[in-house]
Ligand binder design. Structure first.
Ligand code: SF4
Length: 255
């Protein structure tokens, strides 16, 4: 047994079946009513859990999801979900956002952090969507990427989760960390990680893969102290920063 590798111990629960690599999704439909059906013509986003624990994420359109994703940068899901229900009640349409100045929006999203930049992005994106895309969030990645504050991660979230279009793989902080720990990539830049993942994951799994990995990252493979003893991937994971291992560790496999 290599140095530094702890002997196998039973998981704290004594069983592995509590491991849940599920469909941690980004959005939920039905503003105000968790069980409300998605509007006609719209596809229901994958999974039931919204960006996080609170169940009132209030995402009812591609625009709502775009806003929530912009607000989620450098913030927690809890913070975003605290803000969005009231935000979307106050400004129910993309046109309502487009009529604002960034300064007017700032107080509403202050608690998500980096609120000045986020206000500029949200208002700028709204104005552009109204002026150039007829008030509809475009379903085309090239067009999405022209919106202020929208890079590949945000574009992939909206395309994959709302429109069910697999144009790429969402690389957020969880996908970044876990892909490196599992040696699916050696890269550090999100765009390069995405390219590596797109090569090894079948396209019809791109959307689900991100949801599963994000869920795994929230529940078990957390940044500072991953719960390796409870992880069903433990015997194929050689991450150097594991907290417990039955296999050899690889120095380069770090989150
Ligand atoms: S074994 Fe540990 S580091 Fe590896 S994927 Fe599981 S939780 Fe993450």
């Amino acid at each position: 047994m290599p140095r530094g590798v702890a002997p196998r111990q039973p998981a704290r629960t004594g069983r592995q079946d509590k491991v849940r690599v599920g469909t941690g999704a980004i959005a939920r439909p039905g503003r105000g009513k968790a069980s409300a059906p998605a509007p006609k013509g719209r596809q229901k986003p994958i999974g039931k859990k919204a960006m996080a624990k609170p169940t009132t994420a209030a995402i009812a359109s591609a625009w709502d999801l775009l806003v929530a994703t912009i607000l989620s940068a450098q913030s927690t899901d809890v913070n975003v979900n605290r803000v969005t229900p009231e935000l979307f009640r106050k400004y129910p349409t993309v046109e309502a956002f487009a009529a604002l100045t960034p300064e007017q929006l700032e107080p509403d999203i202050r608690s998500t952090g980096f609120f000045r930049n986020k206000s500029k992005s949200v208002v700028g994106a709204a104005k552009k969507i109204v002026a150039e895309f007829g008030g509809q969030v475009p379903e085309d990645i090239e067009k999405l990427l022209t919106l202020p504050g929208v890079a590949r991660k945000t574009a992939n979230v909206v395309l994959g989760t709302w429109f069910k279009k697999a144009e790429g793989v969402v690389v957020d902080t969880h996908v970044h960390r876990i892909s490196r720990r599992l040696e699916l990539t050696k890269e550090n830049e999100p765009q390069k990680i995405e390219q590596d993942l797109m090569k090894i994951i079948p396209r019809d799994r791109w959307i689900l893969f991100s949801h599963q990995v994000i869920w795994h990252g929230r529940k078990l493979c957390i940044a500072r102290k991953p719960k390796c003893a409870e992880c069903s991937l433990e015997n194929i994971c050689h991450a150097a920063d594991k907290t417990w291992s039955t296999v050899e560790l690889h120095k380069v496999a770090k989150g």
